[in-house]
Design a protein around this ligand. Sequence first.
Ligand SMILES: NC(=O)c1ccc[n+]([C@@H]2O[C@H](COP(=O)([O-])OP(=O)(O)OC[C@H]3O[C@@H](n4cnc5c(N)ncnc54)[C@H](O)[C@@H]3O)[C@@H](O)[C@H]2O)c1
Length: 286
Amino acid sequence: MEKIRRVSVLGAGLMGAGIAQVAAQAGLEVELMDTEGKFLEKGMSAIRQNLGRMVKKEKITQTEADVSASKIKCTTNLIEAVKNVDVVIEAIPEILLLKKETFKAIDKECPPHVIFASNTSGLSITEMASATKRADRFIGMHFMNPVPVMQLVEIVRGYSTNKETVKTIEELSLRMGKSPIVVSDTPGFATSRFIAVLMNEAVHAFAEGIASAEDIDKSMRLGMNHPMGPLELADFVGLDTLLYVMENLHREYGDPKYRPPLLLRQMVRAGHLGRKTGKGFYNYSA
Ligand SMILES: NC(=O)c1ccc[n+]([C@@H]2O[C@H](COP(=O)([O-])OP(=O)(O)OC[C@H]3O[C@@H](n4cnc5c(N)ncnc54)[C@H](O)[C@@H]3O)[C@@H](O)[C@H]2O)c1
């Protein structure tokens, strides 16, 4: 396959903005798409802030930051966003039907060589691929949060993903400054399966009243040397995303150990999604 030059990133939220940033910093032309202008503005403002921080720390120059930001074009038009790209990286909410509908819609618009990659935390790549006619060029490209900082990309091989696609996405990950691992398509893959269980268990423990949120987090930070406690991490990831991940693990494995706590559901229903809404296990509005 020709060298990848242009990518489309669908969703300008926590992950999409980070992916667009590292892609632009790798010299790729980026089409960033979201459903409304205000989400794109929020994503671009996060990107500019991140690049600004890197300039302050003298990791990049102001010119490099400006060049990277200028490589990102924003649009609310899905078809425009994917028309002329080599790879589409999807980072929309963790809802299987939404992802399948989106991939089905763009499958008709993209030439056959275009690779579709999903940043899903653990939904089936094989099932998403079944909504398209390019299951061999469909793959998981799971970045970690925060994308500009975290080294890993978990590459997920669907049932029909071909070797060339895996190789191309491995090379793309390296170009974006990341270290890839390749895993097979199982619910939660490696990363999410392990870490989501810890966060879920911490929410259960908090709901049972075993300790305050601060002390639950302290137990893992000071007792196990984790950089963040599991409830802080849940707020950082987004409680809606954690709930979707747990529901998927529970549904797919049918094992009660993955059951999400009622408290998590209630917090999501109340719109307390963690940092992104200003309130979760902690208050961020002050
Ligand atoms: N949050 C994390 O720590 C994390 C880590 C790794 C992977 N992921 C995965 O990344 C994906 C995105 O998660 P996030 O945390 O960035 O969520 P988010 O809620 O921050 O962002 C999602 C964005 O998608 C947009 N969107 C919704 N429907 C859309 C559509 N039809 N077309 C285009 N854009 C649409 C929303 O407006 C929003 O801006 C999910 O699959 C999630 O599981 C999340």
